[in-house]
Write a protein that binds this ligand. Sequence first.
Ligand code: 6PG
Length: 248
Amino acid sequence: MIHKMQVHELKDYESLCERVVKHVLSYSEEKIAKHGRFTIALAGGSTPKGVYALMASEEYRNQFDWEKIHFFWGDERWVPSGHSRRNDCMATETLFAKVDIPAVNIHAFKVINANIELSADAYEKEIMRHFEIKENEIPRFDLILLGLGQDGHIASLFPNSEALHEKRRLVVSVFHERTSEHRITFTFPVLNRAESLFVMVSGSEKAKVLKKVLEAGDEHMLLPAQELKVNSGEVLWFVDRAAAELLS
Ligand code: 6PG
């Protein structure tokens, strides 16, 4: 298992966003030059907001080849389309509403007959169509963006969840105890097959969990984020000084 982990420590959140955008841009250029398209899965929550806003800014928006970039999500909250808690709404507000991206390039989770299992299956089939793969094959995303929860979760893979052990399905539904919210999430087979994972961590409230994830051995129960081990790609951590304050 080739596991290359690199930690980029930036002085503050703005610098973290700038560094992430520069990496996403150069990565997208490399993949589009090689394969004619770039497929990225976005993270939800608050940390990525500055990244998406910067991608849509005067400074960057004309550098991205939007026609050739396909957007998925690594997870979504089980609330109706258009609901403010949805991760795709946040991305629409910060990014998609400001740049010219073909609607077909935006692959959002759809709520199907108010049935979360049907929606998870439908998303799995959309991923398989996009990557032209069959049952039991795992897609290889060029890039998956992730945040880090204070409990060590990534996407909606929470500690002690059955979903952590899913080996076959690409997308599953989970129940988030703390927020009593149902969610849909990529599984580890998808995350760990990605060419590249960018994990963005900002703020002193994440310092304790970041230290545990990056420095603790496996002497105790692993946190979900410690299971990120891309097979033949890279895991890049983008952390600001506040989040890194406890790192050795
Ligand atoms: C979500 C995200 C989730 C998030 C972490 C960190 O749907 O909320 O996918 O995994 O990345 O909870 O959230 P913050 O960036 O808001 O700290």
